[in-house]
Ligand binder design. Sequence first.
Ligand code: FAD
Ligand code: MLT
Ligand code: ZN
Length: 483
Amino acid sequence: MVGIGERKSRTASADSDGLVDRIGQVVGSKGLILDPRDMEPYLTDWRRLYVGRARAVVRPATTAETAAVVALAAAARVAIVPQGGNTGMVGGSVPDDSGRQIVVALQRMNRIRNLDPLNNTLTAEAGCILQQIHEAARAEGRLFPLSLGAEGRCQIGGNLSTNAGGHGVLRYGNARDLVLGIEAVLPDGRIWDGLRALRKDNTGYDLKQLFIGAEGTLGIITCAVLKLFALPQEVVSAFVGFERLEHAMVLLARLRAAVGETVTAFELIPRIGLELARRHVANVADPLAGPHAQYLLIEVVGSRRDSSTREAVEAALGEALRAGLLSDATLAASTAQAKAFWRVRETLSEALALEGPTIKHDVAVPISETPAFIRRATAAVEAVLPGIRTVAFGHLGDGNIHFNLSHPAGGDPEAFLARKTELNRIVHDITADMGGSISAEHGLGQLKREEIARYKAPLELELMRRIKATLDPLNIMNPGKVL
Ligand code: FAD
Ligand code: MLT
Ligand code: ZN
């Protein structure tokens, strides 16, 4: 960190309007990063697609400090880039390369302000790491069900701003379904306190929902009231192998007939995904004896600690094996074994990145259409680039496929990446043709800002631009993202 004195000499020239100096007065030395080396981790996105430059990285400790910083930036007409854990997949959390923008990183705002077990609510500041919230809820015998591979680093403010999905959507919904109230700093620096812990409040527009999924373009979320759920008394994890995608749909329907709406994960893993994870990531084991074309990681929860859920899952999978829907299946006999199943699934992103350049697609289609989508999109990309490797994995239970493309083995990675726009077009056109979304859970950021204009109705884009112009007339809040 740079001391106030030293900072004065170094930034004087770069701080001709004195903005950084005034911000320094508000947040103090702990809250200001000016040294380019210290700023680096805040300037590059997780996928290393974007490397920006910033005038400063500001780390407010309170909502009042955040509001004061935004008010100063607004007065100086200087743009702000809100940042959480910087695990986003679409380049929304990093500044552009002008060097004029300020990154406002929320990591110091990591207090859990309240946990009310009887109201089943937890009030967390935006900088709380998702895992931290899981642990606080669990300590009170409660569950906060938002679960994703980045949960050791992503922040609740970022999760809400991206309306994150993850593994538990089919049972608990997306991030926006898990919030009762938020507090946000508006682009003019005013604080909106919408921290209500109510499950019913019909008093006009549900304003909080505007900020959720806005990717930091309408204001900075500083705190939220989250819904908690009863901690499951039994968690059954299964890893199954199968050959035909259509069989997964039948299995999901049969499972739900057997256990009701208690399926909390239904994750697709193709054989190539398992192989890449074993090749590139340590301690990834194949849970089944022989190879299978496709795998599912299934999780079902029970409210009683009596193995009734386990028996129901075993029976349903046994029937599916006898019916030829599945080729093999295993149930975790311990939490450690369940963790080993999840390690296969949660390391897929990393394994793909280590395998080489990846062209990622985060699409959603109606659940019943997922087999047809995967088949159609795979054939279409293979037709234009023989040898391309399709790694279609994801949240099958909610129709969300991470249709990721890896360069042909031994092929030229640069030549592969040069086909990105063409391949995006093919995959997204098929998605749209099937009534789908080109961004199921990761958002638009800067990666899909142009692409969405092709698929979203002009009226929808106009309404979004009018909302943006109303809340942020100076366009200082994360400009160049989403729209
Ligand atoms: P950041 O990346 O820091 O920011 C994301 C966006 O939100 C940016 O536009 C930023 O400006 C804005 N923002 C951040 N904090 C605030 C705030 N307090 N107020 C206003 N705007 C803010 N995503 C899923 O949905 N499902 C998954 O299953 C999933 N799995 C992942 C697995 C891995 C291994 C990785 C690396 C990422 C995964 N992601 C997934 C993507 C990512 O983790 C999510 O998008 C997450 O919600 C981002 O949170 P973050 O705190 O890292 O936000
Ligand atoms: C996942 O589900 O693992 C993520 O959303 C990440 C990805 O698409 O790579
Ligand atoms: Zn995902």
